[in-house]
Design a binder for this molecule. Structure first.
Ligand code: ADP
Length: 477
C-alpha cells in the first residue's frame, strides 16, 4: 500500500510487485507499484501540508515523533522478523536496527525544540538583525535496502522535526519493511500529507520526478555513488538542495603497538556485519608486518566460526547478499585478487549447496596478501570479504589509506595517544573509529568526504540539512 495524504491506498492502476526472500526465494507478498499519477498525488499532498506543518509548534512535532518511536519499538519483534525475511539479516541484528531507527525519532523529537535563531549587531544605530530558521519545505527521500528501516527514520525524523513534509521512496528490494515502518510512524497521528510513502518497482522515473518537480525543495539520498552522482547532477540543474550518503571504501589500520588479537576480533565483527553490505564496512585492512601473522590467524579462526544462513535460523550471524548480481560481483573481486597473488585463507566462494541452494549466499572470506593492483583494493565490495594488506614502517600509511576517491569511514587500532591524534588529523574520512568498531549514533553526525557524499545525517548537523536561514533586518528608527 501507498501512504498518500494520510490514506493507505493501492496503486491507481492496481499494479504491484513481489518481494522475495534473499535466503529462500519465497514470496513475502506484494507492494503497490506506484504510477506517475500516484507520485504526483503524493508530492501534491506534501506540498499542500507544508505550510500548516511548518506552523505547528516544535513541541507538538516532538510529541508526534516520540509517539512514533514508541510505536516502532512496540512493533520491533514483528518488524524485526519481516526485516530478517525481506533483507536477510539475522533477527538480532534486525531488532538492533529497529532500536537505532527509533533513536532517530527520539533524538530529533528533542532537537525540534532547539531550532534557534540569532541576533546580530548592526553597524547602523537604527538597525537590528535577527536570523530565524525555516524548514526547507518539501523533502523527497530515497532510501536503500541494506538498512531498510533505520535509513528511513534517519531522514524522516530530522525532516519532520524541522517542519518539513516528506515523500519517501524505499528500495525496491525492501518495500514491505518500509510499509511496516510507515504504519507504525503514521499511527502516531501525523496530519495528512506530512509523511507520504511511494513504493515502486522502477526507481528511475521517481528519481526524475524528484529532481525536476518544482514542488520539491530538497532531495536526500542514501545509496550508490553512481546513482547519487546522477541525482545530484539533475538536482543541481534545478538548484534543489541535496544531501547524499554514498559508497565507502573504509581502511582499517592496525598499528604495530596494537593488540593484534583484539584488533582481529574487531575486524571480524565489523566486516561481517550485514554480510559486509554496509557503506562503512572495512574494505582494506592494513596490518603492520610485525603483527600480521597473529592478526590473520585470529581473523581466520573467527571467520571460520561464523554460521551463514537464513536470518531467522538459530545461531546465524551472516545472512545472504541482496541478489545474484551481488554474489557475482563479490566472486569476481575475489577471483581477480587470487589471480594476482592473494590467498583465500578462508572461504572465497559462493555457497550453493543444500540449505543455500535457493538463496544468494557467499562464504565469509579472508583474503591475505592483498596488493594495490587488485580490484578489491579500489572498489567497494559490499560483501563478506576481509581483504588484508601488510604494511611496513617505511610506508606512509595515511597516503595508502587516503588513496581512494571515497571518504566515509576509517578505523584505527593503536594504544598511542599521538597516533590517535595523527589518525584523526590525517585520515580524509568523515567517520573515524579509534579502537572502536561502531562509531555511529543518532546523536553523532554521519557522512562522507570526497565521493562518499555531501552533508551529514544524525546529530545536530543532521537537522541543519532541513533548515534555511532567514536574515531579517529591522529598522528601529
Ligand atoms: P545499491 O547499489 O546499493 O542498490 P542504488 O543506488 O542502486 O544502491 O539504490 C539505492 C536507492 O536508489 C534505492 O532506493 C533505489 O531504488 C534507488 N535508485 C536506483 N537508481 C535510481 C535512479 N536512477 N533514480 C532514483 N533512484 C534510484
Amino acid at each position: 500500500m501507498l501512504l498518500i495524504n494520510g490514506v493507505w491506498t493501492n496503486a491507481e492502476n492496481n499494479r504491484s510487485f513481489e518481494s522475495t526472500s534473499p535466503s529462500t526465494g519465497e514470496s513475502l507478498g506484494f507492494a503497490a507499484d506506484a504510477s506517475a499519477g500516484d507520485l504526483d498525488r503524493a508530492i501534491s499532498a506534501a506540498r499542500s501540508a507544508a505550510d500548516s506543518w511548518a506552523q505547528v509548534t516544535p513541541y507538538r512535532r516532538a510529541g508526534l515523533l516520540n509517539a512514533a518511536a514508541e510505536n516502532v519499538l512496540a512493533a520491533k519483534d514483528e518488524i524485526g522478523r519481516l526485516m530478517s525475511k525481506e533483507q536477510g539479516k539475522p533477527l538480532r541484528a534486525a531488532i538492533n536496527e529497529i532500536g537505532y531507527a527509533a533513536d532517530f525519532l527520539t533524538w530529533y523529537s528533542e532537537e525540534a525544540k532547539r531550532i534557534e535563531g540569532t541576533t546580530i549587531p548592526s553597524a547602523r544605530a537604527d538597525q537590528r538583525f535577527v536570523t530565524v530558521q525555516a524548514p526547507v519545505g518539501v523533502v523527497a527521500a530515497i532510501t536503500p535496502w541494506n538498512y531498510p528501516v533505520s535509513m528511513i527514520t534517519r531522514k524522516l525524523a530530522p525532516a519532520v522535526a524541522a517542519g518539513c513534509t516528506l515523500v519517501l521512496k524505499p528500495a525496491e528490494a525492501t518495500p514491505l519493511c518500509a510499509v511496516a515502518m510507515f504504519e507504525a510512524i503514521q499511527s502516531a497521528g501525523f496530519p495528512d500529507g506530512v509523511i507520504n510513502l511511494i513504493t515502486v518497482s522502477d526507481p528511475v522515473s521517481v528519481g526524475k520526478a524528484f529532481t525536476t518537480d518544482p514542488r520539491i525543495d530538497k532531495i536526500t539520498f542514501t545509496g550508490s555513488t553512481a546513482v547519487g552522482r546522477l541525482l545530484a547532477g539533475e538536482a543541481a540543474k534545478n538548484l534543489k538542495r541535496i544531501s547524499m550518503e554514498l559508497g565507502g571504501h573504509a581502511p582499517f589500520i592496525v598499528f604495530p603497538d596494537a593488540d593484534p588479537v583484539h584488533a582481529a576480533k574487531g575486524a571480524s565483527l565489523v566486516k561481517f556485519l550485514n554480510a559486509g553490505q554496509a557503506c562503512i564496512s572495512p574494505n582494506r585492512i592494513f596490518v603492520h608486518r610485525s603483527i600480521y601473522q597473529p592478526f590473520i590467524e585470529t581473523l581466520s579462526a573467527r571467520t571460520s566460526a561464523l554460521r551463514v544462513g537464513d536470518g531467522l535460523a538459530d545461531g546465524v550471524s551472516v545472512g545472504p547478499l541482496v541478489n545474484p548480481a551481488a554474489v557475482g560481483k563479490v566472486q569476481s573481486q575475489v577471483d581477480d585478487a587470487i589471480s594476482k597473488g592473494a590467498t583465500a585463507v578462508i572461504g572465497g566462494h559462493a555457497l550453493q549447496e543444500e540449505e543455500y541452494a535457493a538463496g544468494h549466499f557467499f562464504a565469509p572470506t579472508v583474503l591475505s596478501d592483498v596488493t594495490a593492483d587488485m580490484v578489491i583494493y579500489r572498489e567497494e565490495t559490499f560483501g563478506p570479504v576481509a581483504a588484508v594488506i601488510q604494511f611496513d614502517d617505511d610506508d606512509d600509511i595515511y597516503a595508502l589509506a587516503n588513496d581512494t576517491h571515497y571518504g566515509l569511514a576509517a578505523y584505527v587500532y593503536t594504544r598511542s595517544i599521538s597516533k590517535m591524534y595523527e589518525a584523526m588529523e590525517r585520515l580524509r574520512f568523515g567517520i573515524i573509529g579509534i579502537n572502536d568498531i561502531n562509531p555511529t549514533s543518532a546523536a553523532a553526525p554521519f557522512g562522507g568526504m570526497n565521493n562518499s557524499g555531501l552533508g551529514r545525517e544524525g546529530g545536530r548537523e543532521g537537522i541543519v540539512e532541513y533548515l534555511e536561514t532567514k536574515t531579517v533586518g529591522i529598522s528601529v528608527a
